[in-house]
Design a protein. Sequence first.
Length: 300
Amino acid sequence: MNYEITHLDVLESEAIYVMREVVAEFERPVLLCSGGKDSLVLLHIAKKAFSPCTLPFPIMHIDTGLNFPEVIDSRNQLEEIFNCRLIVASVQESIDKGRVKEEEGPTPSRNKLQTVTLLDAIKENRFDAVFGGARRDEEKSRAKERFFSFRDEFGQWNPKAQRPELWNLYNGRHRQGEHFRIFPISNWTELDVWRYVEKENIALPSIYYAHQRKVFERDGMLLAAEHVQSSPEEEIFSTMVRYRTLGDANITGAVLSAAANIGEIINEIVSTRLTERGATRADDRVSDAAMEDRKVEGYF
């Protein structure tokens, strides 16, 4: 029987290799899962990597309290689907403890506040390797990442202090208090993710597919009226939209779309020139270096 190795097979094999290397090198890994497409693909790959055994690490969600309900519904099913432990680290608890301060303004963001919650959870659970679903095509600073992204004892990232990665050799040596962020699907694109979702029949939150929603336009983005307060000058209207990326509901924009299934979404992505984050995430529009500034502080 002839078996043709495809581009997706190569990407999957690379991701599995990285994940197995981490489990072999580190003592306390954890997989970050937002409930979005990239982290769900990562979970699916992890399940394949360690089958028939259960996942050798827990799943952790950094809950800002401003999530789309569809995403939380997806997250709450993870323990049962993957037979693993789910850790929920709450930004609201960080606020209540005085670890971070809520932003003020008409549309306060908890995006930056996640960093403290994440670093506290890593320290509390003594995690030394943290899987993430980031891809190099998402944003400029993401392109600087290695598969093994070293973080110092303060959880900070220095792109100039990263270690060489030659011939699939990864250096995971670290001292107590230091850790690594691990990005097994770094070489994937948004299109690769969707083609893999189609190939593996991975269930995603319904919010990724076209649906009717009340929105209004602000700064070139379509924001959900049920999650963001509009001004009198901002007209609310109902239209068909979907979400390409999932962040906090009050800073993530939808895109006009009639793509109700994976095939239609793939065709839509092939024809677009806009990146998924640049077109729909207000937190990435603060400055050209907005993401990198957050990463230096310990963000995902």
